[in-house]
Write a protein that binds this ligand. Structure first.
Ligand code: SF4
Length: 75
């Protein structure tokens, strides 16, 4: 199975910050458990200043697709 990559996923959402360090979030409802108290949806990564580039190569450990893959392997 190919590795899950946020870059290719429709659930990723970009948010620009006035301070220049932008953020990517995950809008997958199954990932809500991974959000912090301060964020409405879990954060995937911060960008470099004034960039839109994802700074994660694949996906976070809490990604619902990744978790499903792991549990499928254990069955
Ligand atoms: S964490 Fe998983 S579900 Fe969320 S955007 Fe990345 S690949 Fe998609």
């Amino acid at each position: 199975m190919a590795e899950i990559r946020c870059e290719e996923c429709n659930y990723k959402a970009f948010r620009e910050d006035k301070a220049g360090v932008n953020r990517w979030y995950c809008k997958n409802p199954a990932a809500e458990f991974a959000r912090s108290e301060c964020e409405p949806t879990p954060m995937i990564c911060r960008t470099k200043r004034h960039s839109k580039e994802l700074t994660i190569k694949t996906s976070p450990k809490w990604c619902p697709f990744r978790r499903k893959h792991i549990s499928n392997k254990e069955e």
